[in-house]
Design a protein around this ligand. Structure first.
Ligand SMILES: Cc1cc2nc3c(=O)[nH]c(=O)nc-3n(C[C@H](O)[C@H](O)[C@H](O)COP(=O)(O)OP(=O)(O)OC[C@H]3O[C@@H](n4cnc5c(N)ncnc54)[C@H](O)[C@@H]3O)c2cc1C
Length: 366
């Protein structure tokens, strides 16, 4: 392509990645009246943000500081939901996690003790009868479970669409089908972002490219360790309401479909669905929720979680290049509001009120 056919754009902030993180940051920045341009190489929520359980989960998060961080984000959700128009299927009705054996029950007992250190979690162990009272569709053969009232959920597709819609309404420009190929830096300062057809003049970049965060970081000579972790899921046809809460790996959405999750696999960028996972995951689901015997599966799919080596987020203003930010990690749905708030404050005020010392990339050095 000749240089004359390259489109010239400019923006105060360029966000790379149209997943839940990039979109939440675009939304909070546009609310703060910042001129934002978000570039997404495929379409909105085409990465992990388009295929996940949609839990707003606190109880599965460790260590304690990360449980607290996740709870702070979950506590922001009611207002966030309202501001986004209330159509993201947000609920905070609590969740249940089940144990199939006495040994698994011991593990849950340990988790309950550890998590309850954080005020407001109020988790409790349930015996088999208590579990059935809470969730009558579960198998009476289960050993028990735990109840976590602080957990909730959203519909991932509705959340990402609402963020895109509201960001655009507030003035953000969102360009899909636009892949970032290079970033020009001069004397430690970002000067422009290059896509195939466009040069975007900017001094501030947020790298929220999911599993491709390392590739984008390399464009400015930085290293950020992130691995893809495959999660396969099965989605059933719409059923009448059988689950009252989210139950571990099973979530019934408002339209009645049940999402059966999920694997944690280190297979590179392979998004194939495997017959082994189907028999394993479906087999377990049938043991736990016998009513699923009658359900038909309508979709098998896989997505890649962007996963730092210690499974905690990397939220950082990078050293060495001015105004290059990294936002990556697991649990993007849970962390959406806190993520938007953190990066918006960082960019507009130069600081965040949250303690982010545990989430810097320097923790991996050496
Ligand atoms: C099966 C499964 C279940 C999960 N369940 C939950 C859950 O219940 N709760 C929860 O909180 N989290 C859950 N997660 C994790 C959650 O989905 C992710 O943490 C989150 O979606 C990551 O969002 P992101 O915006 O960081 O990345 P992504 O959604 O992957 O978005 C990154 C985007 O960047 C784009 N991109 C990459 N390179 C470029 C480039 N060069 N130029 C332009 N764009 C680029 C990609 O196309 C992609 O759209 C689950 C994940 C999986 C796979």
């Amino acid at each position: 392509m000749s240089t004359s056919s390259i489109q010239q754009q400019s923006a105060d902030v360029v966000i790379i990645g149209g997943g839940v993180r990039g979109l939440a940051i675009a939304y909070f920045l546009s609310r703060a009246k910042v001129d934002v341009l978000l570039v997404e190489k495929r379409f909105i929520a085409s990465g992990a943000s388009g295929l996940n359980m949609g839990y707003v989960n606190v109880s599965a998060k460790k260590p304690v500081y990360y449980t607290r961080f996740s709870k702070m984000s979950a506590d922001l959700y009611p207002k966030f939901n309202q501001e986004l128009g209330g159509d993201i299927e947000y609920e905070r009705k609590g969740s249940v996690f089940v144990a199939e054996s006495e040994a698994a029950m011991q593990d849950l007992a340990q988790i309950v003790v550890e998590r309850n250190v954080v005020p407001g979690l109020d988790m409790k162990l349930l015996d088999s009868a208590e579990l059935l009272r809470l969730e009558p569709a579960l198998s009476p053969r289960l050993a028990g479970g735990y109840w976590s009232p602080a957990d909730g959920g959203v519909n991932p597709l509705k959340l990402t669409r609402a963020l895109a819609r509201e960001s655009s309404r507030l003035g953000a420009r969102i360009m899909t089908g636009t892949e970032v190929q290079d970033i020009r830096v001069q004397s430690g300062r970002i000067e422009a972002v290059h896509t195939g057809e466009m040069t975007i003049a900017t001094h501030v970049v947020v790298n929220a490219a999911g599993i491709h965060v390392p590739r984008i970081a390399q464009m400015v000579g930085l290293t950020v360790p992130v691995n893809p972790e495959r999660g396969q899921v099965v989605i059933t046809e719409a059923l009448s309401k059988i689950l009252r809460h989210t139950v571990g790996d099973y979530k019934q959405f408002a339209d009645g479909q049940i999402l059966i999750g999920t694997t944690n696999e280190d297979v590179g960028e392979d998004t194939q669905v495997t017959s082994r996972m189907i028999s394993d995951r479906v087999g377990r689901a049938l043991r736990i929720i016998p009513a699923l015997h009658k359900a038909r599966s309508i979709r098998f799919a896989a997505a890649l979680r962007p996963m730092p080596p210690d499974r905690l987020p990397i939220y950082q203003k990078m050293e060495g290049i001015s105004d290059f930010y990294v936002a990556v990690g697991h649990s993007g749905m849970t962390l959406a509001p806190i993520t938007g708030q953190i990066f918006s404050d960082w960019i507009t005020k130069g600081r965040s009120t949250y303690d982010l010392s545990a989430y810097g990339v320097e923790r991996f050095e050496g």
